[in-house]
Design a protein around this ligand. Structure first.
Ligand SMILES: [Ca+2]
Ligand SMILES: [Ca+2]
Length: 187
């Protein structure tokens, strides 16, 4: 039933970002320094190191959310984030280009990577986001939010959200963007 043919675009390559000038030279230098500082002399960040990069700016516990961030940064799923994955993830998550940013958000929501978002997957992301800002909504409140999201996005009512449904629906509903727009800042 779900639209399995349209897949979310994968993270674009680093060279694409640099070509499109998503980063200035100063930004690149800054990210490179942050990467080096946290990775030591290695060419990658472990999940713990990645958590140090992202974990400072929150009142609550950011670790559950950073776990999801780490997964979406680690595009080759080898358990570490190398510099190219790091920059690509930052570029996607902060992109001015709606499609790029949403494709990255979709990948984060699609926890098992099967190309569809289930209620269960959305609940785990929302819980992680709330935990990060030290809010602890009840099960009913979360269920309500998720039902609202599905009412808006799940157009064919198969209890799963395809990339197509996500992309079209989120653009139309600014409230949904607010829920989604929860990117950690590193400063
Ligand atoms: Ca990796
Ligand atoms: Ca999924």
């Amino acid at each position: 039933m779900g639209n399995r043919t349209a897949k979310a675009p994968g993270p674009q390559s680093l060279s694409d970002f640099v070509k499109k000038k998503e980063f200035t030279q100063e930004e690149l230098k800054e990210w490179s320094e942050i990467f080096k500082r946290h990775s030591g002399n290695k060419e990658y960040l472990t999940e713990d190191e990645f958590t140090e990069v992202y974990g400072m700016a929150f009142t609550g516990d950011p670790r559950p959310f950073i776990k999801h961030m780490f997964r979406s940064f680690d595009s080759n799923r080898d358990g570490v984030v190398d510099y190219k994955e790091f920059l690509t993830g930052i570029g996607c998550s902060t992109s001015e280009d709606t499609k790029t940013k949403l494709s990255w958000a979709f990948q984060m929501y699609d926890v098992d990577g099967d190309g569809l978002i289930t209620k269960h997957e959305i609940i785990s992301i929302i819980r992680a986001m709330q935990c990060m800002i030290n809010q602890h909504p009840t099960d009913e409140e979360i269920q309500q939010t998720v039902n609202d999201i599905f009412r808006n996005l799940d157009r064919n009512n198969d209890s799963q959200i395809s990339w197509d449904e996500f992309y079209k629906g989120v653009q139309k509903d600014p409230k949904l963007l607010e829920v989604l727009d929860c990117e950690p800042q590193t400063v």
